[in-house]
Design a protein around this ligand. Structure first.
Ligand code: UD1
Ligand code: UDP
Length: 358
């Protein structure tokens, strides 16, 4: 059984890391194919270094581009590698253009595709990620659903039950494997001169939010209002897409909203764990806040992670300042007693056992 692990962006590196660890520990025949969708040091290499992941055997260096150019380049590059390497199974994770391209290229070569984090749906087709998820699921052979809800969605869409596996989400594995190391190693709170519980943490990078001047302005205004009302700094590690738009739209922030460069995973875990409240439009950050027991306000009108809302860890605020403020007032007081709905932290092991049939 030879395995190709395809990844290309920050969240894929983090969420594939438990599976890579499993392959290493069990001496499996596998290799990493990096598409190069993310390439800046702080979006890519920093995670390989701190998670001690082996170097990718291939890096396609596709870089940025329109959706079709990026997806097309990735498909063409992956096809060449798959023809040469002839793996038995290709694993993709999540909902990025890398995932769609990897799943399509492999399935057209009749190579089995395993989709990690299958069955998520926002039912919002204006999100590029929703198209990627649906298409990747429907050309996959192994569908690794993180929750019962995701599994039921796949069954409801007619995917045969013997192709769907309930494994939990590998992000639980990644958080558990790193949160204690982060507590010992990361000094980000000292560096930013902030105290546990005395700051708010935010990330926003969704195309439909940050490429829209009104929505991006609404988010930043909302954050300024929060910093004033709660008398706490808001720490915002800014994704490169968002930084580009903030500059292009000429939006300035005042008050206590601190825009910083994206940080490494250990530092980000530390920031999340100690935050008074998290505000985000990120998929992974909604999950991590729920797992770490920190209330979350999601800067969107929908989510493909409804479990976070069902357990009481998350609410949807959209991007208007008044709505962000209203939701933050409620969530900051929330009792942190919910259960983690994303599994037991052994998703990587389960996925490894399923594909190797042991
Ligand atoms: C992509 C994914 C998104 C995921 C996010 C994780 C798609 C359609 N979107 O969005 O689902 O949530 O990654 O962070 O696949 N840039 C850099 N350096 C980098 C990468 C990007 O400067 O290393 C800048 C470039 O200006 C680029 C822009 O960010 O044009 C957007 O990058 P892209 O990979 O197209 O999409 P993301 O917004 O990162
Ligand atoms: N993350 C990080 N540093 C940051 C911001 C986020 O390490 O400055 C991590 C975070 O812990 C999570 C992942 O990046 O595991 C989420 O990635 P992102 O928000 O870019 O993508 P999404 O999950 O929305 O696809």
């Amino acid at each position: 059984m030879s395995i190709a692990i395809v990844l290309g962006t920050r969240p894929e590196i983090i969420k594939m890391s438990p599976i890579i660890r499993e392959c290493e520990q069990n001496n499996l025949d596998y290799f990493i194919l990096h598409t190069g969708q993310h390439y800046s040091y702080e979006m890519d290499r920093v995670f390989f270094e701190e998670l001690e992941l082996p170097k990718a055997r291939y890096n396609l260096d596709v870089g940025s581009g329109t959706h079709s150019i990026q997806t097309g380049r990735i498909m063409a590059g992956i096809e060449k590698v798959l023809i040469k390497e002839k793996p038995d199974v290709v694993l993709v994770q999540g909902d990025t253009n890398t995932v769609l391209a990897g799943a399509l290229a492999a399935s057209k070569l009749h190579i089995w595709v395993g989709h990690v984090e299958a069955g998520l749906r926002s039912y919002d087709r204006s999100m590029p990620e929703e198209i990627n998820r649906v298409l990747a699921d429907h050309c996959s052979d192994y569908l690794f659903a993180p929750t019962k809800g995701a599994k039921n969605i796949l069954l409801g869409e007619g995917i045969p039950a013997d192709m769907v596996y309930l494994t939990g989400n590998t992000i639980v594995d990644a958080v558990r494997q790193n949160v204690e190391i982060a507590a010992k190693r990361a000094s980000i709170l000292d560096e930013l001169d902030i105290a546990p519980g005395q700051y708010l943490l935010t990330t926003a990078h969704r195309q439909e939010n940050v490429d829209d001047r009104i929505r991006l302005t609404g988010i930043l205004k909302g954050l300024e209002c929060l910093a004033r009302e709660f008398d706490m700094p808001v720490i915002y590690p800014v994704h490169p897409r968002s930084l580009k738009r903030i500059r292009e739209f000429g939006i300035s922030t005042n008050g206590n909203v601190q825009l910083i460069d994206p940080v490494d995973f250990m530092s980000f875990l530390q920031l999340e764990k100690n935050a008074g409240l998290i505000l985000t439009d990120s998929g992974g950050v909604q999950e991590e806040s729920c797992i770490l027991g920190v209330p979350c306000v999601t800067l969107r009108s929908n989510t493909e992670r409804p479990e976070t809302i069902e357990v009481g860890a998350n609410v949807l605020a959209r991007t208007e300042p008044w709505s962000i403020l209203d939701c933050a007032r409620i969530m900051i007081k929330k009792e942190r007693t919910w259960d983690n709905p994303f599994g037991d932290g052994r998703a990587g092991e389960k996925i490894r056992r399923i594909i190797t049939m042991v």
